[in-house]
Design a binder for this molecule. Sequence first.
Ligand SMILES: C[S@@+](CC[C@H](N)C(=O)[O-])C[C@H]1O[C@@H](n2cnc3c(N)ncnc32)[C@H](O)[C@@H]1O
Length: 269
Amino acid sequence: MSDEVAAVPEGIDLNRPSAARVYDYYLGGAHNFAVDRAMGEQAIGMWPDLPLIMQANRAFLRRAVRYCVAAGIRQFLDLGSGIPTVGNVHEVARLDAPDARVVYVDIDPVAVAHSRSILGDDDHCAVVQADMRRPDVVLNSPQVGSLLDLSQPVAVMMVAVLHFVPDSDDPARIVAAYGDVVAPGSVLVMSHATDGGGSGPTAEHRQLYTRTATPMNMRSPAQVTALFEGFDIVDPGVVFLPLWRPASPDDVDGNPERFTGLAAVGRKR
Ligand SMILES: C[S@@+](CC[C@H](N)C(=O)[O-])C[C@H]1O[C@@H](n2cnc3c(N)ncnc32)[C@H](O)[C@@H]1O
């Protein structure tokens, strides 16, 4: 998307980078502005592995969606869904479950605008612009009401989003608010940035994100594990991104710590 021709949705500040658009840039997407590319390049300069880490995150998301479908899940609530790139949740889910339904939720108006234009009139998917820290708003949205049946298992996806939620917002309370309303057998899919074992210059990187509306909060494996209260974490547990049920030898890296992202999936008791 070039800045000149892009229809800039209302409320977009072209002078401030957005985490969603910088992420899109790392993934090689086209939905970013000059300010995002500049921040992305600066971050990659500090930490050359960043695009690789983001791609490993996206690969985890795809493997986790297929796990959910294999477990019988047909409905997905994707919180902090980002700008749709190849391998969206609905595309992956429909490979094995053509009737899968997905509600995408993001706080970023650009991510939401692109999600809406990509989904078009797909009546099995919807997009909500909302703050996932407000479970009441998300869960009472008309889109969730019409597409998801909360009496049946749901996959609640929190992939690379909770590190944008500071401790002061009580992430455990937020996760529990979603966990409390979904049916037993529902699945919580999570990835989360961590300092533990990582090789990246994480302090500088965190500092960079203070320019966006969503600064970063790294958490340890123990802190991520604690967020799964009420869920049984499935094998292999809380692990670095490439180690979560790799589907092919290409998914695994000889030095998984360099990914500095944790992945885990839990099933509600
Ligand atoms: C790194 S992207 C992850 C996108 C996708 N989940 C994935 O893993 O590929 C993080 C997304 O979370 C969104 N986000 C951050 N804080 C949020 C909040 N409080 N509520 C909803 N979305 C949020 C950002 O706008 C961004 O699109």
